[in-house]
Design a protein around this ligand. Structure first.
Ligand SMILES: [Zn+2]
Length: 448
């Protein structure tokens, strides 16, 4: 199958934000109270989209592989963790404040004047720590301060020995985790791209020192291919190696997989060679031995770590932006999201031709059949043409239509394809196999 043809190459962020709100993907958080800056709530379709992104990642990383296992560590950890990792001391951005309007900026985001009021009365940069602080227990004093985790990675490092011992995994192996992280960013923005509360998909791959650079290349390639497999067009992806002065304190080398967002290239994932920095820091601070005895090599060492770290929210945004297209003219015009079937919030919509006492029970029956195996939606409001457009606009790959011929003649239904708009007639008895076949074909055309 040839790739899906596209009418427009890129759309603007406003269009994506508008669609996201109109169709229930993403809402402004605390909207009825005027909104809370740069925080967002995922609506019924958005939560399915993001869940699918996380599920396909988990399947690729954990369930399909023998050398990676999963973990779900706590958001709240001992403050010692963040002291050892360097976050308490050095996880900060240079902040400047405008003396006139008192807005605050990241020093490296602005020039000599305030972008808001043009005043040149800017303070000298001071370091602003990005950790979110809170208190544990009823007393709000210094001894009770704890932090919301700024990355899921440390929860993995501090459990290295627990996981290795219980699973008996040998080096090289990885530990993957999906979860919320928090960073008190000075300048969040671009919708769900940069937010203070966000969800990460991280995997720490423990390997023998000396094999780290090879594994680094392996995971960079794996990550780029992963986005293509699930439908991001190759032209909109690139890999960019960090310059020496961009490297975080723990990294020997980092590369970003970037996506061409409506505002320009932005990071989806960073693949870092964290060396033995983190394990050694925890060995030193905790006094616990986190080294590994390698039977094959007959030696003991502290493993090196290669980390692919991905943002779930910004990946969901990339899938949404990349799927977007507008086709046709006049009354045939349609907006369509060409999601990969495993990413699409709804895989199959079941639609009676019209709301009718003969059709509705049969359509319900078909819906109950379909929903066992597919994420399905039932819709019997408005005309069939409008319902097809609505499903196109949320990226549903297949619609199953129940009509009078179904109930009066052949016990068959029509399957309509989102991308080609072709329709085929299939006996209900063969529906599951037919849907599987059609979805497999759409998967192959979605490859970026
Ligand atoms: Zn100002």
């Amino acid at each position: 199958m040839s790739p899906i043809s596209r009418t427009i190459e890129h759309t603007d962020l406003e269009t994506i934000v508008g669609l996201a709100k109109r169709r229930g993907f993403v809402f402004q958080a605390s909207e009825i109270y005027g909104g809370l800056g740069s925080t967002w709530d995922y609506g019924p379709l958005g939560v399915e989209l993001k869940r699918n992104v996380k599920d396909v990642w988990w399947k690729s990383m954990v369930r399909d592989r023998d050398d990676i296992v999963g973990l779900d560590s706590a958001i709240l950890q001992s403050p010692e963790v963040w002291m050892a990792s360097g976050h308490v001391d050095s996880f900060s951005d240079p902040l400047v404040e405008c003396g006139n309007c008192h807005r605050r900026y990241r020093a490296d985001d602005i020039g000599d004047t305030c972008p808001h009021c043009d005043s040149s009365d800017l303070s000298a940069p001071r370091q602003f720590n990005l950790l979110f602080k809170t208190f544990m227990g009823p007393v709000e004093d210094d001894a009770a301060v704890i932090y919301l985790r700024p990355e899921t990675a440390q929860g993995i490092f501090i459990n290295f020995d627990n996981v290795q011992t219980t699973t008996r995994k040998r080096i090289p192996f990885g530990i993957a985790q999906i979860g919320k992280s928090f960073r008190n960013e000075v300048t969040p923005g671009n919708f769900i791209f940069r937010t203070r509360e966000f969800e990460q998909m991280e995997m720490e791959f423990f390997c023998k020192p000396g094999s780290d650079e090879e594994w680094h290349r392996y995971w960079i390639n794996f990550s780029e291919e992963w986005f293509k497999e699930f439908g991001i067009r190759a032209d909109n992806l690139r890999v960019r190696a960090h310059e020496a002065d961009e490297l975080p304190h723990y990294s020997k080398g980092s590369s970003d997989v970037e996506y061409q967002f409506p505002w320009g290239w932005g990071e989806l994932e960073t693949i870092s060679n964290r060396t033995d920095f983190d394990l050694k820091a925890h060995i030193e601070r905790s006094g616990r031995d986190l080294s590994f005895f390698d039977d094959d090599a007959g030696e003991r060492y502290v493993p090196y770590v290669v980390e692919p770290a991905m943002g779930a929210d910004r990946s969901a945004l990339a899938f949404l932006a990349d799927a977007y297209d507008e086709e046709g003219e006049g009354k045939d015009k349609r907006t369509v999201l060409h999601f990969h079937p495993d990413i699409a919030p709804v895989a199959v919509a079941v639609l009676p031709l019209s709301r009718n006492e003969k059709l509705t029970p049969k359509a319900r029956e078909v819906y109950d059949l379909v929903r066992v195996n597919f994420n399905a939606q039932f819709d019997d409001t408005q005309s069939i043409g409008r319902r097809y457009r609505r499903q196109d606009e949320i990226g549903t790959p297949l619609c199953v239509t129940v009509d009078f011929q179904t109930v009066e003649e052949d016990n068959a239904v029509t399957i309509r394809d989102r991308d080609t708009m072709d329709q085929i007639r299939v006996p209900i008895d063969n529906l599951r196999a037919a849907l599987d076949d059609r979805l497999a074909e759409i998967r192959s055309t979605c490859r970026g």
